[in-house]
Design a protein around this ligand. Structure first.
Ligand code: NDP
Ligand code: GDR
Length: 373
């Protein structure tokens, strides 16, 4: 019998890579998608299977982490061997705008799932993965951060995820459930949401290169992050549920860079050399050289980045650096894709899209470009 997995957040970045991985491994994959007024399955359309075909291996269910009866019904129908709880209001800045919603979905949503598993009597059968986060460390107490570093969350998102972390530990200790936390540091890909910093940069610069936008407006470009590739990280999510004993793991690369460096690499991938000048909110990035033909709309001297304080956060996480030693030692996991390779891949993919838009525009088919948030 094929194993059955249920993924919340299957339409998101990680959910789409995890669904691919589990399908490759022969799983029957069930995913929860939200009802939306527009199609929201772009990231998984390539693995979608027509439900009219016999025995589709991917099945989608309408649902929401805020809806207890819906989650309980789906769990009851699917009887999963493994649940991956990836669904969340996952944007840190947005959590300051919508703190109560974020708590409901990210914190109580996790409790709803765990309690439904217990209520249905699946606690000895169903393994549970919780998408925990390096944001738990917030105001960091120790460098690098490990599984034992104390937490100090700095946003409503991180506080909600702190509850989710501990309720997962609690259900493991109280009911003997196989439940574990992956404490994942930032991970990105061409499928990353457009308003997270890496994708905002690669997409924004690709659009500027093709004459579709003029300038990238950024927040704190001195923030330091430990960035990996989502493909490497979902592999680890699966590995964590295949052990004899459930444990929590830090997943990171162990290398840290600034947002500013990510801007420089992305620009270089487009043939652009940047010069930064000014200070604080007056800092700008100007084009110092343009080599190659990837950025035909950009001239030397153009200002292509400015700071906009609207992207500053009420409380910032300045620095994150993970120590993945436990994952390496116990699971043999190491990331394969470097952050520079990932950045190049993201720019390439965003450039293809920007070139298509520019081509249509040059033939009179102007399409509005969604603004970066
Ligand atoms: P995304 O934002 O790309 O995906 C989030 C998913 O959750 C989407 O499928 C979204 O649906 C779904 N979702 C949002 N709200 C609800 C809700 N109320 N009910 C059900 N589903 C909902 O996030 P990532 O894929 O990047 O991250 C996956 C998980 O890992 C998240 O929990 C995130 O907090 C966590 N995490 C992410 C890290 C990263 O760097 N990417 C690092 C550490 C943790 P829709 O498509 O309809 O919006
Ligand atoms: P983060 O990711 O908050 O770490 O959460 P994000 O990419 O949003 O920000 C990273 C850093 O970049 C700074 N920054 C900006 N961020 C955004 N979004 N937009 C900007 O214009 C900008 N300018 C500078 C931020 O201030 C921050 O310091 C991500 C999410 O995926 C979470 O769900 C996950 O838990 C953590 O990573 C680990």
């Amino acid at each position: 019998m094929a194993k059955r997995a249920l993924i919340t957040g299957i339409t998101g970045q990680d959910g789409s890579y995890l669904a691919e991985l589990l399908l490759e491994k022969g799983y029957e994959v069930h995913g929860i998608k939200r009802r939306a007024s527009l199609f929201n399955t772009q990231r998984i359309d390539h693995v979608f299977q027509d439900p009219h075909e016999p025995n589709p291996k991917l099945k989608l269910h309408y649902g929401d982490l805020s809806d207890t009866s819906n989650l309980t019904r789906i769990l009851c129908e699917v009887e999963p061997d493994e649940v991956y709880n990836l669904g969340a209001q996952s944007h840190v800045a947005v959590s300051f705008e919508a703190p109560e919603y974020t708590a409901d979905v990210d914190a109580i949503g996790t409790l709803r799932l765990l309690e439904a598993i217990r209520f249905l009597g699946f606690e000895k059968k169903t393994r549970f993965y919780q998408a925990s986060t390096s944001e738990l460390y917030g105001l960091v107490q120790e460098i690098p951060q490990t599984e034992t570093t104390p937490f100090h969350p700095r946003s409503p998102y991180a506080v909600a995820k702190l509850y989710a972390y501990w309720i997962t530990v609690n259900y493991r200790e109280a009911y003997g459930m196989y439940a574990c936390n992956g404490i994942l540091f930032n991970h990105e890909s061409p499928r990353r949401g457009e308003t997270f910093v890496t994708r905002k940069i690669t997409r924004g610069l690709a659009n500027i290169a093709q004459g579709l936008e003029d300038c990238l407006y950024m927040g704190n470009i001195d923030a330091l992050r430990d960035w990996g590739h989502a493909k490497d990280y979902v592999r680890m999510q699966w590995m964590m549920l295949q052990q004899d004993v459930p444990e929590d793991f830090v997943i990171a690369t162990g290398v840290q860079y600034s947002v500013r460096e990510f801007i420089v690499w992305s620009a270089a991938e487009l043939g652009l050399t940047l010069e930064f000048s000014g200070e604080g909110v007056d800092e700008i990035a100007t084009v110092a050289a343009n080599e190659g033909d990837k950025a035909p709309s950009v001239k030397v001297g153009d200002v292509i980045m400015r700071i906009d304080p609207r992207y500053f956060r009420p409380a910032e996480v300045e620095t994150l650096l993970g120590d993945p030693s436990k994952a390496k030692a116990k699971l043999g996991w190491t990331p394969v894709i470097t952050v520079q390779e990932m950045c190049a891949e993201m720019v390439r993919e965003d450039l293809k899209v920007a070139q298509r838009h520019a081509h249509l525009k040059s033939h009179g088919f102007d399409m509005p470009i969604a603004q970066s948030g």
